[in-house]
Design a protein around this ligand. Structure first.
Ligand code: PLP
Length: 380
């Protein structure tokens, strides 16, 4: 049988490639973005309690109501933003499913979607499979700042959606208030939807404040926010996230959601509902990860890698241009095979695989793992 691939250029993603290589060479794996420490035992016990209780059948389609109410309270506490838990919040199978469903709900053939590169890898295939056209705006190392006049110039009558991500994976950069005001200005008087991927909202450093899109009235009314409990509570394998949007947008989202997922696993939702009621369970996250970032950077400050400290996320970008002029994919492979340390080459997130000679390292690891990784980087 012959078939025409809808995504002919998509192969196995770089995370799987690097993790497989890391396993093969017994390397420390700072490539894929997941913690190597446990989720809070309290939360694990709550899941177990929910499973032993009455939470083993389908959850309501938009999610367990208690969880949606807890999310609404969190949005109010964090951003002074109102989302109706009955109609404006949906629990999803991780942020990835929320992103895919949002794009599938709104993007038609020939619609244009602006993304900023380096960009997380799930946006473009979802745009493509729905017939849309990705308009990439390339940001440059080491600061990854946005030139909004370029965004304005690339914005056309066909621009149906803009996807932003703050704090940003992989660069560790963040959107400032001025960035969001510029976005608000460009999109006002248009029908453009904004997808704001805020999975790292609780991981932001040096006293900086996360600028959620919902703090800007002119943007909130046209935007989806996507979020991930996996990132916030150290359990990426549970794949539970959510999205928030004004009712007219969410009504459309649910039409697709009910047929590609229907509902997300119930006991985890009940546990998260109980756990989320206590804000201290997420308010200390920035401090927790800042200590890890600072440990990593203090240990490698005299190495030949150059860096600007990450402003958010649990990723740190390191520039290796003083060490070699190898392309970043080759250097990442060499680092794994010869030095037993795996990282992600940034070119895979860039337009035309632009190579800035930088690698992304995940520091969501035990201090011991961070120290071992730093010792390797210091030897290179
Ligand atoms: C920027 C960004 N968005 C979305 C996701 C996906 O989140 P989830 O694991 O909840 O699907 C990730 C995970 O790495 C991410 O880094």
């Amino acid at each position: 049988m012959k078939h025409n691939s809808k995504l002919p250029n998509v192969g196995i993603n770089i995370f799987s490639v690097m993790s497989t290589l890391a396993n093969k060479h017994n390397a420390i794996n700072l490539s894929q973005g997941f913690p190597n420490f446990k989720s809070d035992q309290k939360l694990i016990d709550l899941v177990s309690k929910a499973m032993h209780g009455n939470y083993n059948q389908y959850a309501p389609m938009p999610g367990n109501l208690e969880l949606r109410e807890a999310i609404a309270k969190k949005m109010d506490l964090m951003y002074n933003a109102t989302y109706n838990p009955e109609t404006e919040i949906t629990v999803t199978a991780g942020a990835t499913q929320a992103i895919y469903t949002i794009i599938s709900t709104f993007i038609r053939p020939e619609d244009e979607v602006i993304i900023f590169r380096p960009a997380y890898d799930c946006y473009e295939p979802a745009i493509k499979i729905n017939g849309g056209k990705t308009i990439s705006i390339q940001l440059n190392a080491p600061d990854y700042v946005i030139d909004w006049s370029e965004v304005e110039a690339r914005f056309t009558a066909k621009t149906k959606m803009i996807i932003i991500n703050t704090p940003q994976n992989p660069s560790g950069s963040i959107f400032s208030k001025a960035d969001l005001l510029a976005l608000q200005k460009i999109t006002e008087k248009t029908n453009c939807i904004v997808l704001s991927d805020e999975v790292y909202e609780h991981i932001i450093f040096d006293g900086l404040k996360h600028q959620s899109i919902c703090k800007f009235t002119g943007l909130k009314s046209r935007s989806f926010i996507t979020a991930s409990f996996g990132k916030t509570f150290h359990n990426t394998g549970w794949k539970v996230g959510y999205c928030c949007a004004p009712k007219p947008l969410m009504d459309e989202f649910k039409k697709v959601h009910q047929f590609n997922v229907f509902s997300v696993n119930h006991p985890t939702q009940k546990a998260l509902a109980d756990y989320l009621k206590e804000p201290t369970n997420y308010l200390g996250l920035s401090e927790f990860y800042q200590a890890k970032r600072d440990l990593f950077l203090s240990l490698i400050k005299d190495s030949r890698f150059k860096f600007k400290p990450s402003k958010g996320t649990y990723f740190q970008v390191l520039d290796f241009s003083e060490i070699t002029q190898d392309n970043d994919v080759d250097f990442a492979k060499r680092l794994t095979i010869e030095h037993s340390l795996a990282a992600i080459p940034l070119s895979v997130f860039n337009d035309n695989n632009k190579d800035d000679k930088v690698l992304r390292f995940c520091f969501a690891k035990t201090d011991d793992t961070i120290k071992q990784a730093a010792a390797i980087l210091n030897r290179i």
